[in-house]
Design a protein around this ligand. Structure first.
Ligand SMILES: *Cc1c(COP(=O)(O)O)cnc(C)c1O
Length: 393
């Protein structure tokens, strides 16, 4: 059966499989740095691109290529570019798409280091950037300048769960000849496929849902067309942001269960969000699956489900947040998300503790904000754990 005719679940199982000479069910780990050419002529043709043989693992490797093909198929893109980490993917995108004098518009609640790399490093080379609340399209319109080359979106945002309208972004960007990029880490291709809305480049921290087992760090870029794929692959290869074959093997293993993991975590998250919304010590809950979410309709339009990430505010503020962290027993007190285990963190005392009070306010990091990444345990146990910990707050 042709891959493009298969459903998403079948693609998860079959799109990464590349039968070797022994017919192995999984892709072997090609643990090699270099590949021998058959002849001088073959070597010449590999370098010119006429032959598609492998040359050197930083440039390409069969295990890594199988994963690149698989994620590109899941996102519906032309090709994939695997990277050592999510940040490796982001740095590669900046390096490949921007030059001195260019300007980038981005979501202000974007993943922290994505903004650090732009504002602390690319600014040194004369790349300008503007960070705004992209859930309001008018803000993007106002931020676009004649030298704007890239619109970089994260939706939903972390940890504020704001959603940006992808179709509206594409329409606006096309008017101004701007390349659109989406960090799709929070959703995974199971819940959101930005390329279907016309976005040009999608990236993932595969550390999260795609690998899903909290045992490696890895990244991926998928592009809409061949031209962008070539530009970004060249940036990745030359800067050395490449993945290792072991990493690729583990992600190929992890991604097979993406759909059933996300489906189960999401079922749990819906119940946890409802429980929290009715808890007297909780001020509000932000979750795209609740009707109280300000962009509930938009979430339904562009996402195939509300996902497994929940934010909520405790009435007791900063101290309540810390007390909750110290009393949960099943939920692990840790950053990251998208693994099989439930994780909890308190941004005001952890991930965002270095921000000034003013910067926290601007980023909507309130004192009692809690970020909850729901895992695939029994939902009764997740809720019982929250219940006993909230009783102590
Ligand atoms: C974790 C994360 C990243 C960075 O990925 P690494 O694999 O840690 O380098 C980027 N974007 C989002 C949304 C993330 O959650």
């Amino acid at each position: 059966m042709a891959l493009d005719k298969m459903g998403f679940n079948s693609k998860l199982i079959h799109a990464g499989a590349d039968k070797d000479q022994f017919g192995s069910a999984t892709v072997p780990i090609y643990q090699t740095s270099t590949f021998g050419f058959k002849s001088a002529d073959d070597g010449a043709k590999c370098f010119s691109g006429e032959n598609d043989g492998f040359i050197y693992t930083r440039i390409g490797n069969p295990t890594i290529q199988a994963l690149e093909r698989q994620i590109a198929i899941l996102e519906g893109g032309f090709g994939g570019i695997a990277t050592a980490s999510g940040m490796g993917a982001i740095s590669t995108i900046y390096m490949g798409l921007l030059k001195q004098g260019d300007h980038m518009v981005s979501t202000n609640a974007v993943y922290g280091p994505s903004r650090v790399v732009m504002e602390s490093y690319f600014s040194k080379f004369g790349v300008e950037s503007t960070y705004i609340t992209t859930s309001n399209i008018d803000n993007i319109k106002k931020a676009i300048k004649p030298n704007t080359k890239v619109l970089y979106i994260e939706t939903p945002t972390n940890p504020t769960m704001e959603i940006t309208d992808l179709e509206a972004c594409v329409a606006l960007a096309r008017e101004h000849n701007i390349i659109t990029v989406v960090d799709n880490t929070f959703c995974s291709p199971y819940l959101q496929r930005p390329l279907e809305f016309g976005i040009d480049v999608v990236l993932h921290s595969m550390t999260k849902f795609i690998n899903g087992h909290a045992d490696i760090v890895a990244g991926m870029i998928v592009t809409r067309n061949e031209e962008l794929c070539k530009v970004l692959r060249s940036a990745m290869v030359n800067m050395g942001c490449n993945m290792d074959p072991h990493q690729a093997y583990l992600v190929l293993r992890g991604v097979k269960t993406l759909a059933i993991r996300v489906e189960r975590a999401q079922q749990n998250a819906i119940k946890v969000a409802e429980y929290l919304e009715n808890h007297p010590k909780v001020e509000w809950v932000k979750y795209p699956g609740l009707k109280s979410h300000p962009q509930y309709k938009l979430a339904q339009k562009q996402m195939d489900g509300p996902g497994a990430m929940i934010s909520f505010e405790l009435k007791g503020g900063f101290n309540a947040g810390k007390t909750l962290m110290d009393n949960v027993k099943l939920a692990m007190l840790a950053v990251s998300l998208g693994g099989v285990e439930t994780l909890i963190q308190h941004p005001a005392s952890m991930t965002h503790s270095k921000l000034s009070a003013e910067a926290k306010e601007k980023a909507n990091i309130t004192q009692g904000l809690v970020r909850f990444a729901v895992g695939i345990e029994d939902v009764e146990d997740i809720i019982a754990d929250l219940d006993q910990a909230l009783a102590k707050v």
